[in-house]
Design a protein around this ligand. Structure first.
Ligand SMILES: Nc1ncnc2c1ncn2[C@@H]1O[C@H](COP(=O)(O)OP(=O)(O)OP(=O)(O)O)[C@@H](O)[C@H]1O
Ligand SMILES: [Mg+2]
Length: 275
């Protein structure tokens, strides 16, 4: 089933420039899609349109088979959870527990059910032992994990990450990428992650590359990274392709069953000797 379906979507912030220019794409339920593209290509705008935070100019958006319209905005919003870039802007509670509880309280979840939901989701992001800690004192990676637990507690069907790892140190980035991968493996949640992180792209099922508000490329990580000519055109050029190749190699055959280890080694040796 298509969990996200976008047809001929167009959007403009101020009518002087078309920010999202007639894009169409769909995302299968339970899949993990990354969105790449250089700064200003429209990635965050797409995320905000999907979440109903911006109003489209034309086109259609369907989430879980339901069309996003003013009349069913509340239902649509309950399907989506978003984790943003800045870990410091996502806290409301004075403890990690309060923070995860916040959305649940707003949705009138009975107190009796709350503890179990909080504990389950803190465990999913490995933050159980921090439940009584102050969120402000956590590391960036831990803060993002709490933000993810808070979003998961609301039981969304679609999880959107808008550069959720970009402000973190390497360790924090790795923690979050691992959590995202684990959520993907253990649940049927549909994941859409906007990222500049090549390793994250390599671990996804599908990549959409945006350029100037249009979809420039779309396919498996392997299909996208091998089209170096096109990558160059959209300024995600050779270093991107090389890093991508290496990231895929680090993941071995896992992301791409039809690349043999021998093929990967050959590719890597060739790219190393060209550097
Ligand atoms: N609130 C706004 N008002 C007017 N223009 C905006 C607004 N937000 C974004 N834009 C413009 O819309 C275009 C797309 O922005 P968007 O934030 O979607 O890009 P992005 O791909 O997420 O970039 P980045 O990688 O820098 O996060 C840019 O040209 C940006 O300047
Ligand atoms: Mg953005």
């Amino acid at each position: 089933m298509k969990m996200i379906e976008v047809k001929n979507l167009t959007f403009s912030y101020d009518d002087t420039k078309t920010t999202i220019d007639d894009i169409s794409f769909s995302v299968e339920e339970g899949s993990y899609t990354t969105i790449v593209g250089h700064n200003g290509s429209g990635k965050s705008t797409v995320a905000k349109l999907l979440a109903g935070l911006l109003e489209k100019k034309s086109g259609e958006i369907y989430l879980g088979g339901l069309e996003l319209t003013a009349a069913n905005l509340t239902r649509i919003r309950s399907l989506i959870g978003i984790v943003f870039q800045n870990p410091d802007n996502q806290f409301i509670g004075s403890t990690v527990r309060d923070d995860i509880a916040f959305g649940l309280e707003n949705h009138c979840v009975p107190q009796a059910d709350m503890d179990e939901i909080i504990n389950t989701n803190a465990a999913r992001v490995k933050m159980t032992k921090y439940l009584d800690h102050e969120p402000t004192r956590l590391s960036g990676g831990q803060k993002q994990r709490v933000a993810i637990a808070g979003v998961l507690a609301m039981k969304p069907k679609i999880l959107i990450f808008d550069e959720a790892t970009s402000m973190l140190d390497p360790q924090g980035k790795d923690e979050i990428k691992k959590v995202i991968r684990q959520i993907h493996e253990e649940s049927s949640l549909t994941i859409l992650s906007i990222t500049h992180d090549i390793d994250e792209v390599a671990q996804s099922d599908h990549v959409i590359a945006l350029n100037k508000g249009k979809i420039a490329m779309s396919g498996t990580p392997h299909e996208v990274f091998t089209d170096e000519k096109k990558l160059k055109e959209i300024q995600l050029d050779i270093p991107f392709a090389l890093k991508f190749r290496n990231a895929l190699a680090r993941r071995g055959v896992q992301t791409d069953a039809h690349i043999t280890m021998e093929g990967l080694v050959k590719e890597l040796c060739r790219s190393d000797s060209n550097m």
